[in-house]
Design a protein around this ligand. Structure first.
Ligand SMILES: NC(=O)c1ccc[n+]([C@@H]2O[C@H](COP(=O)([O-])OP(=O)(O)OC[C@H]3O[C@@H](n4cnc5c(N)ncnc54)[C@H](OP(=O)(O)O)[C@@H]3O)[C@@H](O)[C@H]2O)c1
Length: 332
């Protein structure tokens, strides 16, 4: 292999990204040195946090550099190995992002079991970073207890669909989900959520009160904005919020915040943000439980595939617009 293709950041978006922010480029593949591997990518992840990395702003993840590849989670097959640690043909997970081939020290590639789930791409979703995000957010950050009534926004997405199913598996008294279309509401109900609503159907506060008339104990927040305000209005005494993400504000520089935060004092609420990469110590427990849930059908998952490296920007823009059910994945 002498040539590869990559998607680079061509310019920084102002508001919603556009296809012009990305460039499809051809690059030479260097010789594989001692201790290194060459990997042909098979699946790539597109994730909401990548939107933040397109800005030139300090955050928990480094900004993407202009003219450089968009890094992120991907799966591939080892095609050349100069390392005793990885064999040709092994499936590996890495963070080299949107490219046809990835290469480097073998230690930056982690072998995964392709048979661990019905699809190998599950390592980018339910069995990977988004699944761990759901697990840690619900159990550790929101301190979920059996009997809690739970509200999950972004419920048809990669993280939300898993968070709600874990809550059901662990004995929630009620799990309510919100999503952006009637078809997604039906999907979420099919996963075993007790109720779901389309947030376009009215003010979120009213829709949530109808679905959970007695209030909620836990809110798993993927959306922020009016969803967070509605949840604060419905939380009972000592309610807890996992601040996982606030996608409603990612493409605007004037995101809205909750106006009713004053309720947090009297109701002794806890609102806690977190970043999944700080919680690698929970990976083993998560994979153990999730593997069992996948085997016995307790947790189900869906994936939305977009084909071809050149269409990675479309997959990413589609994710931000809500075109995915379950995990959005680029298939090479
Ligand atoms: N804290 C962490 O470490 C961590 C790690 C991973 C992910 N996250 C966060 O978790 C959330 C979900 O991520 P994911 O990877 O699972 O993505 P996802 O939910 O699979 O995809 C994003 C979804 O967001 C929804 N959305 C877009 N704009 C919206 C809006 N204005 N209001 C309400 N919903 C909107 C869309 O669904 P609809 O059709 O329903 O609108 C879309 O499908 C994001 O906020 C992400 O940043 C946090």
């Amino acid at each position: 292999v002498t040539l590869s293709h990559e998607i680079h950041l061509a310019s920084r978006p102002d508001g919603w990204p556009t296809p012009e922010n990305f460039a499809f480029v051809e690059v030479p593949v260097p010789d594989v040195g001692a201790g290194e591997v060459l990997v042909r990518n098979t699946f790539m992840s597109v994730d909401p946090y990548m939107r933040g990395r397109m800005n030139d702003a300090r955050s928990y993840a480094e900004p993407y550099q202009l003219g450089q590849v968009l890094h992120g989670g991907a799966l591939g097959e080892v095609v050349v190995s100069e390392s005793p640690d990885l064999e040709v043909g092994q499936t590996v997970l890495h963070a080299f992002g949107w490219r046809e081939y990835a290469w480097g020290p073998a230690g930056l590639f982690r072998a995964v079991d392709p048979a661990a789930a019905p699809t190998v791409s599950a390592h980018l979703g339910v069995l990977g970073m988004p699944g761990l995000t759901a697990y840690v957010g619900l159990l550790d950050i929101a301190s979920f207890q059996a009997g809690d009534a739970v509200f999950v926004s972004g419920a048809a997405g990669a993280v939300g669909s898993v968070a709600g199913q874990i809550a059901k598996a662990k004995g929630a008294s009620l799990v309510v989900g919100s999503a952006g279309s009637a078809a997604k509401v039906a999907y979420v109900e099919g996963l075993g959520f007790d109720a779901a609503f389309n947030y376009h159907d009215g003010p979120v506060a009213r829709l949530l009160r109808t679905a959970a008339p007695d209030g909620i104990d836990v809110y798993f927040d993927n959306v922020g904005g009016d969803h967070l305000e509605a949840a604060i209005g419905s939380l009972r005494l000592r309610g807890r919020v996992a601040l996982c993400g606030s996608i409603s504000g990612y493409n605007t520089d004037a995101p809205t915040g909750p106006r009713n935060l004053g309720l947090a004092t009297g109701n002794r609420l806890t609102l806690r943000g977190y970043i999944v990469s700080d919680h690698g110590d929970r990976m083993k427990a998560f994979v153990g439980e999730m593997s069992q849930w996948l085997r016995d059908g307790t947790v189900r998952y869906d994936e939305t595939f977009v084909d071809g490296l050149a269409h990675a920007p479309d997959a990413f823009l589609g994710l931000l617009r809500g075109e995915n059910t379950g995990k959005m994945i680029v298939r090479l």
